[in-house]
Design a protein around this ligand. Structure first.
Ligand SMILES: Cc1cc2nc3c(=O)[nH]c(=O)nc-3n(C[C@H](O)[C@H](O)[C@H](O)COP(=O)(O)OP(=O)(O)OC[C@H]3O[C@@H](n4cnc5c(N)ncnc54)[C@H](O)[C@@H]3O)c2cc1C
Length: 406
């Protein structure tokens, strides 16, 4: 019996070898053809998406390589949109329509020398999706410029002559020569000197700024401020975040009670530390606020709460800012960072709408007006749940909601 097992094993390997299909390129192609023939129209369309996207990208690159900005613009629909985040324009800019796209390419191509457009193998491959009610091939791509590494997303929709770009986003991801390397972890704590500073002591000291000023002060600890500070920290640049709120995340906690994020979880990640896969698709505001606190701890960021930027002026001579920080205990601290990053976004300032008299009768008791966005919809629903009729107006029409019975 004992000798039988290896014999069976040898036999089965031999049989398998005999019956294993030969995977010559010809047979593989025939197999691919057979699989294709078995697909329905929708499946075939989905399977073709990567080839179609690759073809568009190749035409785009070829037009850029030959400086043919008109040919490049022709690859867009007449009302196509191109949003560039630093990669070509070194700013955040949206070009609308072929003429604007061609003009920006003409102005930036020589300087940026874009090349090596390709579809990264490790990312979601191009696929048909529905965006804003429109079916499009959505393709993530990567490229390089003279300055660094870029990434983009293009959405292609068909017209009578083929697929053209409906929207494209190009983003500079990394500067050449300043590639992001994770900071070397500090040496483990010495076990010989039990009185020496440990990790926690060093972090507290770094956060106190008793003996120095930071290189960068980041004003505002919302997602923009946290992202910038985290990136600077990884580059070894000493950055202090200041926020007038009493607790990290209060910029979200203090927003309206029923708020959940408007975008899906996967587009809201902070750098380095994505939200856990257990998070809901629309993160509730207080959960996000608490995540911000965890993020600051995990990334070892320096964050002063209850601290307001009261005044700041740049000194051309010393190439430094002179910044006055007011703290809730009434104290002030003057610091001289080399850079100031200001993130007080428009969403940080509450706006109380005045009720115009132009809403058609019967006049609602409460009005949250001006546009039909998710926020406005939610506020209108909230008013309804408080038994107050509400109206939402936009340029096109007026929506009314009636109080729901309890
Ligand atoms: C209802 C609602 C839903 C939203 N949903 C989403 C979403 O799903 N996804 C998304 O990406 N965006 C969403 N946004 C937009 C998002 O909130 C803002 O784009 C984002 O908060 C901007 O981040 P920020 O860090 O620039 O500014 P903020 O988060 O507004 O933070 C600015 C911070 O600066 C502080 N500050 C201001 N001035 C000073 C000063 N002088 N000194 C010290 N501190 C100061 C404020 O206290 C505040 O904490 C939503 C916005 C709202 C209102």
């Amino acid at each position: 019996m004992a000798g039988l097992v290896p014999a069976i094993h040898v036999f089965s390997v031999a049989v398998l070898k005999t019956w294993m299909p030969d995977t010559t390129p010809g047979m593989a192609a025939a197999e691919a053809r057979r699989t294709r023939n078995m697909m329905n129209v929708a499946e075939r369309k989905q399977t073709n998406a990567p080839t179609e996207a690759q073809r568009w990208l190749a035409s785009f690159e070829s037009a850029l390589q030959t400086n043919d900005v008109y040919a490049a613009a022709e690859l867009f629909h007449a009302d196509g949109l191109w949003r560039d985040v630093l990669a070509f324009t070194w700013t955040i800019q949206t070009m609308s329509g072929r003429a604007a796209i061609a003009a920006t390419l003409r102005e930036t191509l020589a300087r940026t020398a874009p090349r090596n457009f390709h579809i990264p193998t490790k990312r979601t491959p191009p696929r048909w999706v529905t965006r804003a009610g429109t079916e499009a091939i959505e393709a993530l791509f990567a490229f390089e410029t003279a300055f660094g590494r870029g990434a983009g997303v293009v959405r292609l929709t068909p017209d009578s002559s083929g697929l053209r770009a409906w929207t494209i986003v190009t983003t500079l991801e990394e500067l050449r020569g300043h590639e992001e390397a994770f900071r070397v972890r500090p040496e483990p704590d010495s076990t010989r000197d039990f009185g020496a500073e440990n990790w926690s002591d060093r972090l507290s000291k770094a956060r106190a700024y008793d003996d120095r000023d930071p290189t960068v002060i980041v004003v505002g600890g919302g997602q923009a401020g946290l992202s910038i500070a985290a990136r600077l920290h990884q580059h070894g640049i000493d950055a202090l975040i200041v926020d007038r709120h009493q607790r990290i995340g209060d910029n979200w906690r203090t927003r309206y009670h029923s708020l959940t994020l408007h975008n899906e979880v996967h587009v809201n990640h902070l750098p380095y530390l994505p939200f856990p896969p257990t998070f809901p698709v629309y993160i509730p505001k207080d959960k996000l606020a608490n995540w911000f606190e965890s993020y600051v701890e995990a990334m070892e960021l320096k964050f002063w709460t209850g601290t307001e930027l009261v005044a700041g002026r740049y000194d051309e001579k010393s190439k430094e800012w002179r910044v006055t920080l007011g703290r809730t205990d009434g104290s002030e601290r003057v610091m001289r960072p080399r850079h100031l990053s200001s993130r007080p976004a428009s969403a940080a300032f509450p706006i109380r709408p005045s009720c115009p008299g132009s809403i058609p009768s019967p006049a609602p008791k409460c009005i949250q007006a001006t546009s039909k966005t998710r926020s406005h919809g939610k506020v209108a629903r909230r008013l309804c749940s408080a038994a107050a009729p509400a109206a939402m107006t936009s340029r096109r029409s007026c929506w009314r909601t009636a109080p729901t019975s309890p």
